[in-house]
Design a protein around this ligand. Sequence first.
Ligand SMILES: Cc1cc2nc3c(=O)[nH]c(=O)nc-3n(C[C@H](O)[C@H](O)[C@H](O)COP(=O)(O)OP(=O)(O)OC[C@H]3O[C@@H](n4cnc5c(N)ncnc54)[C@H](O)[C@@H]3O)c2cc1C
Length: 374
Amino acid sequence: MSKHHKHSKYGPQLVVEAPEHFTLQVLNHAEKSGAKVGAKVAKRALKNARGSGTELNAVQTDELLLAAQQAGAAAAIAAARRVLGKSLGSKEPMRQGIDVDHTSLQSERNTTSSTNHGFGQHVLTVKRVERLSPEMIRVIASAKQLAGYRPNGKADQYVKVFFADPELGLKAPYDLKALRRSLPREKVPCTRSYTIRWIDQEAEELAIDFVLHGDGGPGSAWASSAKPGDPLVISASRGKFSPSNNVDNYVFAADEAGIPAVSVAMGMLRKDAKGVALLEVDGPESEFDIDHPSGIELRWVHRNGFRPGTSDVLSEAFSRLAPPSTSTSVMVHAERSMAKAISYMASSWELNKREVHVSSYWTLRIKRPRTQRQ
Ligand SMILES: Cc1cc2nc3c(=O)[nH]c(=O)nc-3n(C[C@H](O)[C@H](O)[C@H](O)COP(=O)(O)OP(=O)(O)OC[C@H]3O[C@@H](n4cnc5c(N)ncnc54)[C@H](O)[C@@H]3O)c2cc1C
């Protein structure tokens, strides 16, 4: 069989390497489109459910979206398989080493392709770890072609990072659907959101800056012991905001969790951009180098030993800013109540809403000692 030939059934313009290659392309396409539709339907359902008292938390929402993506992908693959079976004159078109059943398609891809992604996950390997400050580390991971990860180019580009209990010895990517059936809920890999700090396509590397808050969360715990050779499992890219280049002034505000996104944004600005970045860290020893246009003043604000999320130094610093010109872009990423307070202040500046991006990046949860019921 010639390696390259035209498949007349699909039009003369379509050159395929071999029927099995073509079939895999169609199935890949079906999988992606199905996943998109699944997520869209689930998002609509979530939107409709708002206010009905059945709202889900962030983790449940994420799991639901992932399940919807997988269901959509599986349905689309099944439909594509039926059509391919008819068109190629066989009920099982992919006998030559590629099974088109959804789960086996994923594992086949993981073992035979040059990238390593399945179940909407991209599996990279930690290459090195750099300490930025006592509370922050940068994890640099790599994979051939970034394991299929496609950057979206936004300033707040982020991913869900998957964390699995190392004691279970699970191999990534994780078949969450199957794992949910076989493991207790608390043992199923979980996710947390992290900003992509930078990507070097040539070196096939990407970096994520993790806050080490030492508060028992899986993200912080994983990062504090990350070492070369560990897998870094990430979702597809998310995030939509980049500050406009057509404003005269910028105001940024972030605590450690938001500093990576604000740093990416500052790196995207014109060289002559002007403004201020309020950056909350514990103290002077926690400040670190960030590339920024010289006209953006970095103003570090210090919690001075207060636990993150319990000090209002960031909102206080924000409240001291003079109201800027209406041609200003505002980007705020911080703990929930801090982000809320700053959002309220920024709304009094009456800026173009599209230029104001305030996002809660984490929620302070205080463990209270158990008290006896009265
Ligand atoms: C879009 C987006 C992008 C983000 N980008 C980054 C990023 O690049 N780097 C980064 O480090 N974080 C980032 N975050 C925040 C991160 O997702 C949360 O901090 C997350 O809760 C960390 O998970 P965990 O498993 O460590 O802790 P969790 O299990 O979520 O929480 C455990 C405990 O830790 C506390 N806690 C959680 N986060 C913090 C924190 N930052 N400081 C102090 N205490 C905390 C909670 O109050 C809770 O009591 C981002 C969040 C979003 C929404």
